[in-house]
Design a protein around this ligand. Sequence first.
Ligand code: DC
Length: 204
Amino acid sequence: MMSPFTVAIDGPAAAGKGTISKAVAAHFDLAHLDTGLLYRAVGARMLSGEDPIVAAQTLVAGDLENPDLRTAEVAQSASKVAVIPEVRAALLDFQRAFARRSGGAVLDGRDIGTVICPQAEVKLFVTASPEVRAQRRLSELKERGFDTDLDTVLADVKARDDRDMNRADAPLRPAEDAVVLDTSELGIDEAVAIAVKAISAVRD
Ligand code: DC
């Protein structure tokens, strides 16, 4: 059995974490968990009228299949439920168990390197300027058929940054030993190559 090997990838919304996480998971044959989906699933259930703490405590795999999880409305709701300590506590064990599964795992989120897996073998903090992130998110939303504009998306990105960085419990910040990867001026391939190199330095 292979020993656990955890890659923690944190950073603000739309910095490229998801793309980089999927690519490095495929490259190193590691399982991948997008932890934002857990908060989005709780946020979606809150929008349907449920208490967010109860929703987090009773989350089931099917909640992650909800096709609305990627909407801007659910993203804002996710960032709101994410400030509630009891919500974060309810999601902790699942994330930790996933991180230490045999064969290794990549987890991406906001607090993976700082709170969920401070012992992760590799920590990356993927970031980019708010303007670049808003532009990328706008293109992604338009591709998926949502009708929106740059000002709206930029305001959403900044509101979410503010909430994610300034909450008392597990705020978004780089772990002291994280490799910071600013993707503002990088293409996807370049960003993935840097991430692969950082992981190879530890894995190989
Ligand atoms: O990564 P994402 O955009 O899908 O995350 C949605 C929200 O969930 C984000 O604004 C904050 C919250 N989140 C969190 O607090 N901790 C995580 N590990 C992942 C996401």
